[in-house]
Ligand binder design. Sequence first.
Ligand code: RM4
Ligand code: MN
Ligand code: MN
Length: 424
Amino acid sequence: MQIEKYTVDELNHQQAAKHQLKFEGVAVDIKNIEEVLQKLSVFNIAIPSWALGTGGTRFGRFSGGGEPRSLEEKIEDVGLIHALNKSSNSISLHIPWDIPENAASIKALAAQNGLHFDAVNSNTFQDQKDQKLSYKFGSLHHVDKAVRKQAVEHNIEVVKYGKQLDSKALSVWLSDGSNFPGQLNFRQAFQNTLESLQEIYSALPDDWKVWVEYKPYEPNFYSTTIGDWGQSYLLSSKLGPKAQTLVDLGHHLQGTNIEQIVSLLLMEGKLAGFHFNDSKYGDDDLTVGSINPYQLFLIFNELVEGMDARGMDHATSIGWMIDASHNVKDPIEDLLQSVQAIKIVYAQALLVDKKALVAAQNNNDVALAQEILQQAYRTDVRSLVSEASLRNGGALNPIEAYRKLQIREHLIKERGLKTVATGL
Ligand code: RM4
Ligand code: MN
Ligand code: MN
């Protein structure tokens, strides 16, 4: 299905007067309001193809109705999200969950929905049907050269698909690690991984990047070969300028200061981008901003400060993507909530009084520094996000519009109640 623009306009119209009042109330205190709105309106967050179906855990999966049954229907779903929020103009494919059999028609369909293709993701953490060698004991780090070769070739094939779709980055997440002490020689595992990544790196087109993601545990519970940002940074530095470190918010141990990691990676020009989600215990894959919105704000504060320091374009110079698994919510609602949560903290980070903060830092005025950050964080910027969406032709309140337009009900009618999407 496609959303008729007039239906969104009608809903906006019903809320216009109330919105205007709220917006003016906030805007009056913001000197550079037009600049903030302009930045918000060009800021987009990619949607991964594996997040459009209901996710599960190893204990079970409770699928919702009307889930996309094919890549085409996944693109359609991202098109719906984008039509409502005007902030999700790209899709990131996971291969082989979503192989574009006919790249030209897939590209055309995406373009019809106002979308392009973000990074392509390889998958060497599962064995596929008819796969010759198993990844049970790892892929790029494997002790057996033949397994490493198979995994390298898979990554190169993923790049080939990505080239057909005009993607510009390969995102690599390995589950490689060890489950018990003594299982692995850490140095050997690292060297093997480096060598494998070097082969992939040398097959990358000049205008491509490889994003190296880290994760401390799961599915291996003793060690992960790319376990933290230091190990990823080490690999990406040894690989060269086309390699960078990808930060997934859920891939940190409790209490890790992610904003500090972000700040230093940006300083070194090594921050590839983000996988957004939220967590309370580990890689919980919860909706971004649902558990710890203040931390998300602090991360965005570092992002804005660090990107400005290097003259980087906020919207395009690093990759922004949601990476979450929606087990009990409607995935589209969850994704709409996620994008809103990100835009809210981005808007708040844009409101931080940078000059005053620098002065407070230089005076060791700790209380004032905190006040300055919290002044921005405690500003209710939801009407700014709504205004940016409105100006782009999106909905003032995307989730409300999704419900009022009964989109899930339409999808169930079209696709049926019992559909299962590929993915997590
Ligand atoms: C991993 C990691 C990767 C994602 C897979 C599906 O935990 O976050 O980015 O591709 O899950
Ligand atoms: Mn991830
Ligand atoms: Mn993850």
